[in-house]
Design a protein around this ligand. Structure first.
Ligand SMILES: Nc1ncnc2c1ncn2[C@@H]1O[C@H](COP(=O)(O)OP(=O)(O)OP(=O)(O)O)[C@@H](O)[C@H]1O
Ligand SMILES: [Mg+2]
Length: 243
């Protein structure tokens, strides 16, 4: 067994070995899991988002991606799909997907989230415990995609959700969605946090649009007053006296 400097070995091989050893004991009480590991194969009875057809899938977990207060996210490959009632749009054997289970892997995050919901709603986190809520969330997101198509010209600006399911092992609903390659949106330092021209988002965006077109933008900071006043000809800002 490979020992890490901390004395803890959490390599995938060791985890598989330990799980197998646990299973061999034949205990009546099932093993308590907080999250899955690469190599695990998950079997779910799923419901397609649109149309709401029932099917059964097997997904091979490739990576635990992370999570926050809503849940835990995995990259998984669809290895088997049994859809006796007709195909489910978006789901193809061999493709990789994001699997999000609405139960945080961290106990602190789970307790904190549940405490907030208990205080705010006197109820548990709905999309974890209520399959109808998980489905409503998925439908809502597909509706937002329609809006994105009108606003941005492509539905692809918002990820698609293909199916929802109940994970009986962890005790939570979850969803299978499009896997997005890349990094977090605007996961970068915001260098326009306090622009001249006001604190509102609209003012901020207008100021940054002006600065990006200012002919003297490369000589900042000397051109700062110029950039905050600059507006290209015929732009909406220029009709407002450049403010
Ligand atoms: N469809 C996806 N494709 C690729 N990566 C994803 C996808 N969905 C989530 N992730 C990644 O997984 C991580 C956790 O996801 P997310 O932020 O959605 O979980 P959460 O914090 O539990 O939920 P929320 O932000 O909705 O409260 C993030 O790093 C995110 O980029
Ligand atoms: Mg998050």
């Amino acid at each position: 067994m490979k020992e890490l400097s901390t004395g803890v070995d959490d390599s995938p091989g060791t985890i598989v070995h330990l799980k197998e050893a646990f299973r061999r004991q034949g205990l009546a009480r099932p093993m308590r899991l907080r999250r899955y590991d690469a190599g695990d194969v998950l079997t779910y009875d799923i419901t397609g988002v649109a149309p709401a057809r029932a099917a059964r899938v097997r997904l091979a977990v490739e990576k635990f991606v992370g999570g926050g207060f809503a849940g835990q996210v995995y990259r998984a490959r669809l290895v088997e799909l049994a859809a006796p009632h007709g195909e489910l749009p978006g789901l193809e054997v061999g493709r990789e997907y994001a699997v999000k289970i609405f139960l945080p892997a961290s106990s602190f995050a789970r307790r904190f989230r549940n405490a907030l919901y208990a205080v705010g709603f006197q109820a548990p986190f709905q999309i974890q415990v209520n399959p109808a809520a998980a489905r409503a969330g998925a439908l809502w997101q597909m509706l937002i995609r329609r809006g994105a198509a009108l606003r941005f010209g492509t539905e692809g600006a918002v990820k698609a959700i293909y199916a929802t399911f109940v994970d009986r092992q962890l005790g939570s609903c979850g969803e299978i969605s499009e896997w997005i390659v890349g990094r977090l949106w605007r996961f970068e330092v915001n260098d326009r946090l306090w622009p001249a021209g006001g604190g509102s988002w609209a003012a901020r965006e207008t100021t940054s649009a002006r600065r990006s077109t200012c002919p003297r933008r490369n000589s900042w900071p000397a051109s700062w007053p110029c950039c905050t006043r600059w507006a290209p000809r015929n732009s909406p800002a220029s009709t407002n006296g450049g403010r």
